[in-house]
Design a protein around this ligand. Structure first.
Ligand code: ASP
Length: 337
């Protein structure tokens, strides 16, 4: 082999193999259902800062050539640790005054997935979902069993009081009062403050991953599990697309929302905007549900559809500049749009 050809080959082998035209990108959400009247200026500033920090954390992983899965967990753990969002610390309360957390993760290249539901002592449920995926033969573990597994994996366990914030506690008190006053579906007004977190990423190898973490919905009853830990409902990733949803989980389960978006992209060749709109802005509202999603295609095109007044959202590309938005009237030009 001539010297220039050898140099070229070495260069090619050391360069990441990108899907045609794709650059690493991470998109995240911090929940739909957010309204201006719910956020003080200080809370809004804190939320934007947390979104940026999560984007930068995921970007660091992607820029270091790490797999999309790692970028997704890096971004989600930042949001779980931030009390602004309904995941990890700051999770909403159940009817009985507990925090019961759900999370899931999916690797688009291998179709491997991990999920946990109803855990009360796991500081970062997304890391437990990752451990279920990587270190167990199972996809989903719930409750005490999931926590027993966490202990074997060196996953950080905390006292349940760690998750408590006053704001979420007051939201539960309001929901309980409305319910006691007999207002039909009274809990739903409070439940609109969804705040679940999720991330989707495309790595330097052209592989996709998706993850979601949540405290569920305020005033949920014992044992209620929403869409977030259900593969195909709140989270899905394959070689074509990655999706994380947020919203009224029962509707996402009934429509297999995340999988439906991916299936439309894979089989109907719809783009992320069209597929996201069909499910989030048409199918789910037609049944009476609401919420949003983030969608990423293998060629780097993204969409962040939602049908509420706002959704905490953001993305970061190869240049490492974080872009964030909260309200519906805020433009957020996305890759490929
Ligand atoms: N989808 C979540 C659930 O139903 C709630 C949310 O997105 O905030 O549990």
């Amino acid at each position: 082999m001539s010297r220039p050809a050898g140099v070229l080959l070495t260069l090619c082998l050391s360069m990441p193999l990108l899907a045609a035209g794709a650059e690493p990108v991470l998109v995240l959400h911090g929940g739909a259902g957010v309204e201006r009247k719910d956020l003080s200026p200080a809370e809004e500033t804190a939320a934007r800062a947390a979104l940026r920090q999560a984007l930068l954390s995921g970007h660091r992983a992607l820029a270091a050539g790490k797999p999309a899965l790692e970028a997704v967990t890096a971004a989600i753990t930042v949001l779980e640790d931030d009390p602004t969002f309904n995941a990890g610390k700051g999770a909403v309360f159940t009817h009985d005054g507990r925090n019961e957390l759900d999370a899931s993760l999916m690797d688009g290249a291998s179709l491997k997935a991990g999920a946990v539901a109803g855990v009360q002592r796991v500081r970062n449920p997304i890391l437990l979902a990752e451990a279920v995926m990587q270190h167990s033969p199972h996809v989903m573990m719930v409750g005490q069993g999931a926590e027993a597994f966490a202990a074997t994996q060196g996953i950080s366990l905390v006292d349940p009081s760690y998750f408590r914030t006053e704001k979420r506690w007051q939201q539960l008190q309001r929901a309980l009062k409305e319910e006691a006053a007999g207002q039909a579906h009274a809990d739903l007004e409070t439940a609109r403050h969804f705040g679940t977190v999720g991330a989707v990423a495309l790595d330097a190898q052209g592989h996709l991953a998706a993850g979601t973490s949540t405290g569920g919905m305020t005033n949920k009853r014992y044992g209620r599990v929403g869409d977030s830990p259900i593969i195909g409902a709140g989270t899905y990733a394959n070689a074509t697309c990655a999706v994380s949803g947020t919203g009224w989980g029962e509707y996402y389960i009934r429509t297999a929302a995340a999988y439906d978006i991916c299936a439309r992209m894979q089989y109907l060749k719809q783009g992320p905007v069209e597929a996201g709109r069909a499910v989030i802005n048409e199918r789910i509202p037609a049944l009476g549900g609401d919420g949003g999603a983030i969608v990423l295609a293998a060629d780097g095109r993204a969409a962040t559809p939602f049908n509420t007044q706002g959704m905490y959202r953001g993305w970061i590309g190869a240049d490492g500049v974080p872009h964030v938005a909260i309200f519906a009237d805020e433009p957020l030009p996305l890759p490929g749009q």
